[in-house]
Design a binder for this molecule. Structure first.
Ligand code: GLY
Length: 568
């Protein structure tokens, strides 16, 4: 039987042991030359209204980025449990001319953020202020991000791309089962805020699937955003109402927080894996760093030659090691110095690979001690390719289901509870039982660490646009999507495949029922892995492009009844 050699618990020793050679720069492949035009377009999102809204804007002459505005704003109306203009998003954009950029429209902490607000009278974490009501809400980034997309990447005026969402909010739509369930699940919190009751509990009752639903306040807010861009949300009438509502309910936002919000453009992380070029999210997401680290570790194996159990074992061990680092080092790049050159180096990955036994799980407790980070839970992702080859991979969130449950009166805006994605109380577990690190401690104007991992994979013959919701499992679900794409699966095959997840701590493999056949599950257990069934899994939405035939393929996750992947 193989034995696992004890590893030092001192990070410095661990790092020097793992680093065979330290290189100071990560080799990013250049963006590809502009590819052939597909000649038609495809969108996959978690809601058919949103997919149709995007296609409508494309038909009006918009490009993928205009369509993305239509999809995101429509999701704000029809899928508020997952994302919205009271939240934020992260996007990997590939323009047909080859330019690639990461758009960081993540929420920020207000200037008056006070860690004491997230402690109870005994000095213990106060999960209520972290997850519910205005103290849990960061300054929204989504409206600024949509205005930025229109101004810098779109072809149409912002108002034109917001038009479908405004129409749906004003005229109404049939509530789907998932939103009805989300409202029912958060009913007690919603009841605490009068404007939330007015919006989500019409006649004081939980709405039912199929009920006609209108959102006139959000329609008006979207109209002001369309008419005035950034200022329509972050200054003037809407901003005034947001600040007043937050203050009246015990929060601490100021007009300056809103007016000072900034979208950040960053260089995406690029990793080469088996001849594919994976373009993904840099900090303030942890997702791309972890994804790149895992792919770099796996690049040293010929996974195709292994049986499923041994292949899965290596993937799990790579996940375990990447999440350990993710927990320790990552935060908002505008506030925290991060050893990205090291974390993204293939040499660092080679060192980590040396610590993996081929058929024996490494107990996480034997790796250097790491603090944790907060995964969040509910989010949404959509993917777009337009006829010219512009591509948008966008993941959006209000954090927990229905965000903070707090609607700012007169705006229709449901605020996020993204403050819980900070490590609010050092070394105290968050709602998901994980610990926090100083790199992700809250500070005025700082972005809370995200797991969102919108990604685009370029191969010689195929392009895949991939992302998923799912808190910390976003990263591993995207990883599995990327691996499935590289293995040749089509969009439906990628989103339909069963999933699994390891995040260092807790030291167990979360498994979607049916992911492993009994023999594989048994082999993994004998290698020392603890398997635990878990549901639900994120709703992945994928678009692929076959560069040889120009065929586009779009698929929405079959776990979600109202999703739609459609080629136009
Ligand atoms: N709130 C989920 C995330 O950003 O990872």
């Amino acid at each position: 039987m193989n034995r696992v050699a004890p590893v030092s618990r001192t990070p410095a020793v661990w790092l020097s042991a793992a680093l065979l050679v330290f290189v100071s720069s990560f080799a990013c492949a250049d963006a590809p030359a502009p590819a052939a035009r597909p000649g038609h377009a495809a969108i996959a999102s978690a809601n058919f209204h949103a997919t149709e809204a995007g296609l409508e804007v494309l038909a009006k002459g918009g490009n993928a980025f205009d369509a993305a505005i239509a999809v995101a704003s429509t999701l704000s109306v029809v899928e508020p449990e997952s994302s919205g203009i009271g939240g934020g998003f992260m996007a990997v954009l590939h323009r047909a001319d080859g330019r690639e950029v990461f758009l960081d429209a993540r929420e920020t902490a207000p200037a008056a953020v006070d860690p004491k607000d997230y402690l109870d009278k005994n000095g213990e974490p106060n999960r209520d202020t972290a997850l519910n009501g205005p103290l849990s809400a960061g300054i929204p980034g989504e409206p600024a991000g949509l205005a930025w997309l229109a101004a810098h990447y779109g072809k149409l005026p912002l108002s034109a791309s917001l038009a479908p969402a405004i129409r749906i909010a004003r005229d109404g739509f049939e509530l789907d089962g998932r939103l009805a369930d989300a409202i029912a699940g958060r009913e007690q919190d919603i009841r605490r805020w009068p404007a939330s009751v007015a919006k989500y509990l019409p006649d004081g009752k939980v709405p039912t699937k199929g009920q006609h639903w209108r959102d006139p306040d959000q329609a008006r807010t979207l109209e002001l955003l369309g008419a005035h861009g950034f200022d329509g949300f972050y200054r003037g009438e809407v901003a005034g109402k947001l600040v007043d509502a937050v203050h009246a309910a015990g929060g601490n936002w100021t007009a300056k927080d809103l007016a000072g919000y900034q979208v950040k453009e960053r260089a995406p992380i690029v990793v080469d894996y088996r001849g594919y070029r994976v373009v993904t999210a840099p900090p303030s997401s942890s997702g791309g760093v972890a994804l790149a680290e895992i792919l770099n570790i796996l690049s040293g194996y010929d996974l195709g030659k292994l049986d499923e159990a041994h292949r899965t074992h290596l993937v799990i061990e790579a996940m375990r090691r990447a999440f350990r680092d993710h927990n320790d080092y990552l935060g908002d790049p505008d506030f925290v110095k991060m050893p990205l050159d090291m974390l993204l180096s293939p040499y660092y990955a080679a060192g980590l690979r040396q610590t993996i036994l081929p058929d024996k799980a490494t107990p996480s407790s034997m790796l250097p001690v790491s603090t944790g980070t907060d995964p969040g839970m509910h989010t949404t992702h959509f993917s777009v390719i337009d006829k010219d080859g512009n591509i948008a991979s966008i993941t959006l969130t209000v954090n927990y289901t229905m965000g903070s449950t707090f609607v700012a009166a007169g705006t229709g805006v449901l605020l996020n509870d993204e403050m819980d994605d900070f490590a609010l109380v050092p070394n105290k577990p968050n709602v998901y039982g994980l610990l926090g690190s100083v790199a992700n401690a809250p500070a005025p104007g700082k972005r809370m660490l995200s797991s969102m991992t919108p990604s685009i994979v370029f191969g010689a013959d195929r392009v895949g646009v991939i992302g998923s919701p799912g808190g910390s499992t976003i990263i591993t679900q995207v990883l599995e999507g990327v691996l499935a794409f590289i293995d040749g699966k089509d969009a439906a095959g990628i989103v339909g495949q069963k999933r699994y997840h390891h995040q260092y701590m807790p030291d167990r493999v979360d498994v979607e029922p049916g992911a492993f056949d009994p023999a594989t599950a048994d082999a993994l257990t004998r290698m020392g892995h603890t398997l635990k069934e878990r549901s639900p899994w994120g709703y992945m939405n994928v678009v692929t492009w076959d560069l040889k035939t120009n065929r586009l393929d779009a698929a929405s996750d079959p776990r979600r009844e109202s999703g739609l992947g459609k080629v136009q």
